[in-house]
Design a protein around this ligand. Structure first.
Ligand SMILES: [Zn+2]
Length: 493
């Protein structure tokens, strides 16, 4: 029966069609160098290979549902303190939609999950685009296996709440095809803009109504449950990075921010990062558009390059590390993990000085998006056992809107030495209005020359009599070291 399904898929595959990538005449994705990821003729039509499906010659591959299942179960079993394996629900044919939740759960000093930026990565919505399954599974392995050994992996595990669904459409994987068991393109089935474009019925069937498919329904439920700050859905091929919208001419409210992500995360391939409709082609009902509107996430579709030879069924047929084969996407996803707190507005305390009975706090927008709808509160508690909050104990005021890189001053009343708290409440991104909150605890000390302000143990400024403020870098800032990764321009077909 499986062979018959595969035969049917192969026979039904002659229409060149694309969804987040180009397809050759057999219906298989085309790599960035123009090579079809399924080399027609290698396998007799309708026959399945013998033996373990995770091995092609000397190479280990991750395309096939039973193999992927073994891999995600291995990750959870070998790293019980780091990886929780969930089923996000059952596919149309009853297969589990595996979801890996990754964080340092057993760390007694762990940063509470609710304080973390949430990152979601999925692959295999089009299940014959196996590079994405490989990439997502490898990412999970990198984080779990690299914890404690690799500095980047360790930082991500300790500071982000990561959800990885390597294979959104396991039924399609079983059939070695692109669609789900109802013949629906899951990435045309999402509610936002559903049916807005006339698509070919064979490869881009959007389903009878929005979210008609259980794969779509389960994903939406988990979007709403996990509320990602960064959403990355991986497809293949073409080496492109796509943000909302699929509908021609429609710009997202966070277009400026998303474009800035392209600038920073994909500098060597900047022209290949942009809105779905203008960077690849118009497409309706995609997961990227729906996640963006439902959760306000910075939402991207990644097209793998498909670089490197590929094997039966489009598995990456290479012994090279995915970090090398998919260097642009790997660099981009790490940029996302390390910088997602700046994918939107991001208020940072960048300096402070004492002026009379006030501390003047400098707040700068270090995010990629505009800082708007912001309020700041300050509270001061004098030193000493009888310390009480100074009147006004808490002052809440609106902050003027700040473009990226702009700063403003906030004044807080003090009364000698003590502790000063600055709290900033803001809107991170502008679709679905996800909110952010940052709190800074400063110490005002008596020094030889007068009062001085300290943050994280470091002096911020001279006293009221002493003059200019001393610039400083907030210790919370995350150093991004990606320059060491050699970027190279991909070949284009
Ligand atoms: Zn795709």
């Amino acid at each position: 029966m499986r062979a018959l399904v595969a035969l049917a898929v192969l026979l039904l595959a002659p229409v060149a069609s694309a969804e987040f990538g180009r397809y050759d005449a057999t219906g298989y994705p085309v790599a960035v160098d123009g090579t079809p990821t399924y080399p027609g003729g290698i396998l007799p039509t309708g026959q399945l290979p013998e033996g373990p499906l995770n091995r092609v010659g000397p190479f280990t591959v991750y395309p096939y549902y039973p193999i992927l299942t073994a891999e995600v179960q291995r990750l959870a079993a070998e790293h019980p303190d780091l990886v929780k394996l969930h089923s996000a629900g059952k596919s149309t044919l009853g297969l589990d939609l595996w979801m890996l939740e990754i964080a340092d759960f057993a760390n007694p000093d762990m940063l509470p999950l609710e304080k973390r930026e949430v990152v979601w990565v999925d692959g295999g919505t089009h299940s014959n685009e196996y590079s994405g399954v490989w990439f997502a599974a490898h990412l999970a392995s990198f984080l779990a296996g690299g914890y404690g050994a690799n500095e980047t992996a360790t930082w991500i595990v300790e500071n982000r709440h990561t959800w990885i669904m390597p294979l959104v459409n396991p039924d399609g994987s079983h059939a070695f095809g692109r669609l789900n068991a109802h013949g629906v393109n899951v990435n045309r089935n999402y509610p936002v803009d559903w049916g807005a474009l006339a698509e070919d019925a064979l490869f881009n069937n959007p389903g009878p109504h929005p979210a008609s498919e259980v794969e779509t329904q389960h994903n939406i439920a988990w979007f709403n449950k996990t509320r990602p700050d960064l959403y990355v859905s991986i497809h293949c091929c073409g080496n492109l990075w796509l943000y909302p919208y699929g509908v021609e001419g429609l710009d997202p409210l966070d277009q400026q921010m998303l474009s800035r992500v392209c600038d920073e995360a994909f500098p060597s391939v900047r022209d290949d990062c942009g809105p779905i409709w203008s960077t690849i082609y118009p497409a309706s009902g995609s997961s990227v558009d729906t996640v963006y509107e439902y959760t306000g996430a910075a939402a991207f579709g990644y097209e793998m390059s498909g670089r490197g030879a590929v094997a039966l069924w489009g598995q990456p047929f290479t012994a090279n590390a995915i970090e090398a084969e998919e260097v642009e996407s790997w660099t981009g996803i790490l940029h996302g993990f390390l910088n997602v707190h700046r994918y939107g507005a991001y208020p940072e305390l960048v300096g402070a000085r004492v002026e009379g009975d006030e501390v003047v706090l400098r707040v700068r927008n270090e995010g990629y998006g505009n800082l708007t709808n912001t309020t700041v509160s300050t509270a001061f508690q004098p030193a000493g056992p009888a310390g009480m909050l100074v009147d006004p104990a808490i002052l809440t005021v609106p902050l003027p809107a700040l473009l990226p890189g702009e700063e403003t001053e906030v004044r807080a009343r003090i009364d000698g030495a003590g502790m000063l708290t600055l709290r900033v409440d803001y809107v991170k991104r502008h679709m679905a209005s996800p909110t952010g909150e940052r709190t800074f605890e400063l110490e005002v000390r008596e020094e030889a020359g007068g009062l001085a302000v300290f943050f994280g143990g470091e002096a911020l400024a001279a006293t009221s009599a002493g003059g200019a403020a001393v610039p400083f870098v907030a210790p919370a800032a995350v150093a991004v070291v990606l320059a060491a990764l050699a970027l190279r321009r991909p070949r284009r077909a």
